[in-house]
Design a protein around this ligand. Structure first.
Ligand SMILES: [Fe+2]
Ligand SMILES: [Fe+2]
Length: 166
């Protein structure tokens, strides 16, 4: 099996997009099903973001300093998605804001994934050799074992969310 970092990250993206489509196709009243789908979405996004933040982004930044601008923008896009994920984790699926918040998460992550796949991955593929990408991928496979699976809730942020959502 290939451990090419870009191949691995694209596999994650594919699964995430599949869940997004399932959510969008679930219909108005499928509250329980949509709740389950969002749980799965939050888990996949939490793991994927962890692997990129802890390994793919810092390694790429170190090896390809020219891509720093893209990576800094990606960290910010992850941050926005993290906030939405934390809020969604604290929201019941029958809350009137649940579908709308999920729709915004889907929009924002879809945009981010498209930028990675269409603009960023090609630059990384051009800048790193096969061995470097396989080493990064192997490290991500290791990290995946201890990656968090639920959005974390730092206590101060949690308080803000409780105040807004609660
Ligand atoms: Fe990303
Ligand atoms: Fe990604």
């Amino acid at each position: 099996m290939s451990t090419d970092a870009i191949v691995l990250l694209k596999e994650d993206h594919k699964q995430i997009r599949k869940l997004f489509r399932d959510f969008q196709a679930a219909g108005e009243n499928a509250t329980a099903r949509k709740g389950k789908l969002v749980e799965q979405i939050l888990e996949l996004l939490t793991v994927h973001t962890y692997l990129e933040n802890e390994c793919m982004y810092p390694e790429t930044r170190r090896l390809l300093p020219d891509l720093e601008h893209d990576i800094l923008e990606s960290y910010e896009e992850h941050h926005v998605a993290d906030v939405l994920c934390m809020e969604l984790a604290a929201l019941e699926p029958d809350n009137e804001r649940f579908d709308a918040k999920t729709a915004v998460l889907i929009e924002s992550v879809t945009h981010h994934i498209e930028e990675e796949e269409q603009e960023w991955f090609p630059k990384v593929r051009a800048g790193l050799n096969r061995k470097q990408l396989q080493d990064i991928g192997a490290r991500m496979l290791e990290l995946r074992k201890k990656a968090p699976r639920k959005p974390s809730q730092p206590s101060t942020l949690k308080k803000v969310i409780d105040a807004v959502v609660g």
